[in-house]
Design a protein around this ligand. Sequence first.
Ligand code: M6R
Length: 610
Amino acid sequence: MCGIVGYIGQEEAAPILLDGLRRLEYRGYDSAGLAIFDPKDGLRVVKSKGRIQALADLTQDGTALKGTMGLGHTRWATHGAPSDLNSHPHMSEDGTFAVVHNGIIENYMEIKEFLQSEGIHFASDTDTEVVAQLMEYYYEGNVLDTVVKVLNRIQGAYALGIVCADCPDRIIAARKDSPLILGCGSGFHLLASDVTAIIKHTREVCYLDDGEIAELTADSFWVYDAYLRPVEKERHHVDWEISAAEKGGYEHFMAKEIIEQPKAFRDTVFPRLQEGRVVLDDLQLTPAYLAAMDKIYIIACGSSYHVGVAAKYTLEKLLRKPVEVTLASEFRYCDPIVTEHTLALVISQSGETIDTLAAMREAKALGARVLAVVNVVGSTIAREADDVLYTWAGPEIAVATTKAYSTQLALVYLIGLYCAERLHTLLPEEYAAIVAELKEIPQKLEQILSNREDIQFFASIYFNHPSIFFIGRNIDYAVGLEGSLKLKEISYIHSEAYAAGELKHGTISLIEPGTLVVALAGCGKLFEKTVSNVVEVKSRGADILGLTTVSRAEELAKTVDHTISVPDTHPLLLPTLEVVPMQLFAYYVALHRGCDIDKPRNLAKSVTVE
Ligand code: M6R
């Protein structure tokens, strides 16, 4: 959840690191710091609570720090409150080592007590500091040997960057369960937790695997296993443009990413539709495998989990196979019923969410075949899955996901059609109708986006409501879950989503005059049922913002206070369209409330701690 960047080369390191940290700020933004080796003054650390700008101000945009090797870090606090002292890099007591870390050292307390009993003094409350102090404790002149000893002593998850004042010509890195990437240039090397931090300088990267240690100098790099045996690494070329990770004139990344959805959907779907058929070259699910498949277990967190909820309705309908959807954080501890005939469908934008990764490994160990739907190319989940399908949404920077959600849904439809064709569960005309509608979605998304003033207007009326409910049935309920998360995540308004029929089993007691209820009533066959539920809350004084399709808008308008409509489409594809007004509503409400939309409080983009 924290961001790491390292540089060793010929140029001044601090400005490069600050620029990298700015690009990583979405990963964590409560404090930041730099460690630079200055040939005159040795290893210098500057760190500060607050955003990267505070660090930039402290260091005059990095120009106050001289040196061509260093590490930077932007933090999302786990152990120890956000403060100057708890910020990374952490130094060993004698100042020989500086360390940045992403992850959690689970046995830090025991190590800290041991080191304190040996007379070592700690400066922070963090788990990370034990790594710096252990480096000093074990150091006998060979940094790599010391790193191995330290890694053998610590438990937990880590991406580590380590520098030593005695060897300023190298940076050491190590990873377990937290991503780290090496960037290779001519006369320089970089280290980063995310490719966005280094893409400006190089497109040639290597992904470190779990248990690996890397040594970077200006001219070369080496990767070793846990016993310091050399490991050959494959280089990858990153082919997206840096502008894809910039705001491009928009006020917020979230606004840009909402607007990019028609393109992202097109990029993800159209190359995979050929002559009216879904072609997924990367997927090797044979008819025999699919016929024997006992169930699909969908595993994900947050918005990706909400895609999973919509996918359950969709895939059960298309495949007539049981689909179970579970939160990744629960999966490992619920003694899941998984066999070698189970397909685990793992959904993750980042491909690094630790709960999802751990659940995926558990599913694999239990014998499931894993199909991952991932956005970040080369991420851990993508590399460890049996099959991977990439959403081609481009980099998503706003913490609140939008285009990743839409493209994950798009892939669910393609997977559904691909499997249905092999299982013969769909009539050819039904298959063709869905494919035809998929081709229409980008243009329908553009239509919704071009009419966003209505939603902006509703947001201006309701932005001060203390609590907002979302109700819907079937896939409308799935979209309601996402609408509610989007709203609370960025506007800090309390919000809950309910299956519309469930409200009267308890929650309706919270409805009072003036409560805003967003009613999703796109699901055609359940329209009347949902309207009945709307009437129930309306008669208790709720204000209703109704969402349905153009063909039912007039009908719904008779019951609700305001109506939003999306173009009609195939019922299974409805979430792709319905979610956009929900995203826009959340965005404009947060804008009215003056919230920090791209970096909501307490959050980070990629959740790499359990
Ligand atoms: O990268 P992932 O898709 O695995 O992330 C899962 C969730 O952390 C993520 O969807 C989160 O809920 C979003 N910030 C919501 O907008």
